[in-house]
Design a protein around this ligand. Structure first.
Ligand code: SAH
Length: 383
């Protein structure tokens, strides 16, 4: 759901200094030890960064003056810069965020009556080439750093006036933006540990979800590394069709993927996996496809299916399934006892829905004009 645009600048503007957003709690403690400070000071600073969303060391009032000066001289709190932000009719909000090296990605916030979900990117572009995803058409640029992943949440939280613990605006995070999070394993795990940490954003494991196209060995590694929720992008329940839609299936076919999912479930009590299934007209939305999916889900009784109506983008050969087919598909699954949700399409008037980036990327000139306006002091607000 995100995009890359070329921006002629270093968005952090802090070359040479250490970005504290790159550290999880242990990393920050180690760093403080390295600079001759007590590790508990790191935790004090962490609270300022993630609870108070403070990036100015001068305002960290319970941190001693000498340490504040030392931090100012050698470090910075460097979230990505907001190039512009935009709100949709339905309250969905997206930010275009500038990253080091001249690219930008989007983060999207989706408010619902009982929760607020932030969709976060893990890579600039993606190398997996899933046929129905517009990120694939952009190729792969690079992995995002830890700071660039957690920084997306920091920026959104600050903008939304997020409060940790009570009345938080961002109650859930999904790693469902641009990129394959398991191919940027270390940085994504560190960022998710900051999302989970009480001194970070303090979200429960059920509320931080990593979505993968199915990198089997990394699913096992993730299971051993951190307690978060797992979503698997399935999109087809037979190998022939899945390989066509998600080429990674050739390497890790459905049986191997399901075995990894079983291992994931075996390690955790009372846990579930969400299987994402994007519905494309005449491709994977027929009763026979539902039957195949039901058969697969029989061995996953605690799991659920999340149906996503395909979001079209310019140049795609796929179409969204018709409303009747979507309803019939869901009913068939529900009647077979498969817990099945239908994801409502959100933010499509600002191209913030899953997989809607290509159109924006084609329009590079306008983005760069917006960026220049912002550099010149204008407020680059696109809505
Ligand atoms: N690489 C990870 C995360 C990024 S994609 C993964 O594959 O899970 C996150 C979700 O966006 C995927 O489940 C996919 O179903 C969905 N998606 C991508 N393009 C889409 C499109 N055009 N319409 C609807 N959903 C799409």
């Amino acid at each position: 759901m995100n995009q890359v645009v070329a921006i002629p600048s270093d968005p952090t503007g802090a070359a040479g200094k250490v970005n504290l957003l790159d550290f999880d709690r242990q990393g920050l403690r180690d760093f403080f030890t390295q600079i001759g400070e007590k590790p508990y000071r790191a935790e004090q600073v962490m609270k300022w960064i993630y609870h108070h969303l403070e990036d100015d060391f001068g305002k960290m009032t319970d941190v001693g003056k000498a340490l504040r000066a030392k931090l100012e001289a050698t470090c910075y709190v460097g979230p990505p810069k907001t190039l512009f932000e935009k709100a949709a009719q339905d309250g969905t909000h997206k930010w275009l965020l500038g990253m080091d090296g001249g690219s930008a990605v989007e983060a999207v916030y989706i408010p619902e009556p009982t929760r607020g979900t932030l969709c976060v990117s893990s890579q600039i572009g993606c190398g997996l080439n899933c046929q129905f995803c517009s990120t694939a058409t952009q190729g792969f640029n690079r992995n995002l750093s830890t700071a660039e992943v957690i920084g997306q949440m920091w920026v959104a939280a600050k903008y939304l006036g997020n409060v940790t613990h009570q009345n938080r605006r961002i109650t859930n995070v999904v790693m469902m933006g641009m990129g394959e999070p398991l191919l940027n394993f270390d940085n994504v795990v560190k960022a998710m540990s900051l999302m989970r940490d009480d001194l970070g954003f303090g979200l429960a494991s059920k509320r931080v979800t990593l979505s993968t196209a199915g990198l089997v060995p990394m699913i096992d590694k993730l299971s051993e590394s951190i307690d978060v929720s797992l979503a698997v992008s399935l999109h087809a329940a037979n190998d022939e069709l899945r390989t066509e839609l998600v080429p990674l299936n050739k390497r890790y076919p459905i049986a191997e993927l399901m075995a990894a999912c079983q291992r994931w479930l075996a390690r955790r009590a009372r846990t579930s996996i969400t299987f994402e299934y994007t519905l494309m007209k005449g491709v994977n939305d027929q009763p026979e496809h539902a039957r195949q999916l039901i058969k697969l889900m029989r061995r996953m009784p605690t799991c659920k299916v999340n149906l996503i109506p395909f979001n079209p983008f310019p140049g795609t050969r796929f179409e969204r399934s018709g409303a009747d087919d979507i309803r019939a598909f869901q009913t068939q699954l529900l009647n077979a006892g498969v817990l099945t949700m239908l994801r409502r399409t959100r933010g499509d008037d600002i191209d913030a829905a899953c997989g809607q980036l290509k159109g924006q990327v084609l329009d590079r000139t306008r983005r760069q004009a917006e960026f220049r306006k912002r550099l010149e002091g204008g407020v680059a607000h696109a809505s």
